[in-house]
Design a protein around this ligand. Sequence first.
Ligand code: AKG
Ligand code: FE2
Length: 266
Amino acid sequence: MTKKKYLEHEKELNEKGFTILKQIVPKKDIKAFRKLMDDRRNNPEPDDQRIFTGNKTMFPMGINDPKFDMLTKYFTYKKLNTFLNKLTDNKLMYCHHFDIHVGHNIQGDWHDDVQAYFEGSNYDPQMAEYKKQMSVCPLNFLEEYDGERFQIYRMCMYLQDHKGKGGISFRTGSHLDTSKMDVETPDIEAGDIIVFDVRLLHKANCYDTVEENLARMTLFMCCGKVNNFTLYHYHGAIKRQSQQANGAYHLALNVSKVLKENNYRF
Ligand SMILES: O=C(O)CCC(=O)C(=O)O
Ligand SMILES: [Fe+2]
């Protein structure tokens, strides 16, 4: 990526709250991930953990389940890693938040993906109460602290195209001002990765698997710049994951190995 292109993405991310990195994931990986996820959904083994909401299947052990080991490839895409390292001044940190979702046919609600209660994060009082149980950060997430600002991002990999329907919508600029109402629904091609600020309000769009003859599959990863904001979020994400998985959170040894090799702290 040229310096000019990088600066355009960074500006868009800072101002609108999201940017799209085109064609990060090779077609052969998309095919292999889809096959794996389809298989894990359709052929469960007795010790598998799964959560069903509507027709969506989630895997609470996430990438730490050895059966999903192949998904550690997510941390190896050079173009994505170069972008994230530039964005975080080479202080990139994995936040232990990795969602594997298969199937989704209902319209989601507007929400952010912040995994801790921060001062100023008052969009939804009910969510604020839930977040307080995860992690309470005394910092205001709109202000700088110790020369650092809130820099936590979600990386969204869609394993099918969404041209005009079934993807994700954002309330542009709502990461800095929750009263922003302008909605954008970007077209996505399988293999693109959307990077968004976790404070940005977003919602999943309805996708009829039967009509499309294809299950809606997504892989959402999360990382940030090493600083106090990120640490509170990180602890909240671990707590959430252990609640979902009904047990202690363990980072799989192989996941940590791949993270380390690719300059992600954990
Ligand atoms: O599936 C999507 O497009 C969005 C999902 C989402 O927002 C979430 O899991 O937090
Ligand atoms: Fe979300």
